[in-house]
Ligand binder design. Structure first.
Ligand code: ZN
Length: 263
């Protein structure tokens, strides 16, 4: 069986900043969140490529994008640095069937908002409180092997209302020590592409070192890689009628050939 090709994109900005705050992040992720996730998710059936914004072509040249089955996305303060042309290319690949897993502050990324078409805003609070993640859809592939609930000892609170489309399929809900709740794991389908958003992952806590979190993300990679068989993603050609059309066509006497000429 061929391996699932996972590309993990990280803006990799906080990891290179100065000061105690950045030192703390580097203590958990010395080579960046993308490389930590690549190590944590490493498995025989996955071929993982960690990339970052500071690499040529912002880490995602077209040939890499074309051989990516699932793209992971971690961004925070660098959302605006991502070129719109790259967002266009990623969107096209998702519509063609590439999976997309958006992490934590990636809720405000250009690509997530592009794919969902909503503002994707939420409440937030950063005081190191406890989060309990509950499985809502225990039969979902992303929840397999995940405990009914698990605790993240210190987290950033992301709270409702979350500005995502109403058709979001909820796999996980989080409760926070400070009283808020949040749809912390949700799925969408866009074209042939499967999308999963997972909120845990604030950079100043070692959340991507936690086994339950890595279990969720590994499941997400395998789930999002499955595209629908025999999908037709191109525009249809002019469709021949299945049944005989008896109606008179009022356009018949008008020469419309020029309308169909390609520009
Ligand atoms: Zn955060």
């Amino acid at each position: 069986m061929s391996k699932i090709r996972v590309t993990i994109w990280n803006e990799n900005i906080h990891e290179k900043q100065e000061g105690a705050w950045a030192d703390l992040i580097r203590s958990f992720y010395p080579n960046g969140i993308h490389n930590a996730l690549a190590e944590g998710l490493a498995d025989d059936d996955l071929e993982i490529t960690p990339v970052s914004l500071d690499m040529p072509e912002q880490g995602l040249p077209q040939d890499l994008l074309e051989r990516t089955d699932v793209l992971f996305w971690w961004g925070h303060c660098g959302h605006d640095k991502v070129e719109d042309a790259l967002v266009d290319r990623i969107q096209k690949r998702v519509l063609e069937g590439m999976g997309l897993v958006v992490l934590h502050s990636g809720h405000y990324s250009k690509i997530f908002r592009r794919m969902l078409g909503t503002h994707c805003s939420l409440r937030w609070r950063e005081c190191g409180e406890k989060e309990r993640v509950w499985v809502v859809d225990k039969d979902h592939p992303i929840a397999q092997g995940v405990p009914d609930s698990f605790v993240i000892p210190h987290t950033e609170m992301y709270g409702e209302p979350f500005g995502i489309p109403p058709e979001a399929h909820v796999v996980f809900i989080s409760w926070y020590e400070g009283g808020n709740v949040f749809r912390s794991g949700v799925t969408f389908q866009r074209g042939q592409g499967k999308i999963f958003y997972f909120s845990p992952g604030h950079e100043t806590f070692p959340i991507y070192r936690q086994p339950e979190v890595l279990k969720v993300l590994g499941n997400a990679a395998r789930w999002a890689a499955q595209t629908l068989p025999n999908a037709k993603t191109n525009c249809w050609d002019c469709d021949p009628a299945t049944e005989k059309v008896y109606s008179e066509n009022p356009m018949e006497k008008i020469d419309t050939s020029s309308l169909h000429k390609k520009a």
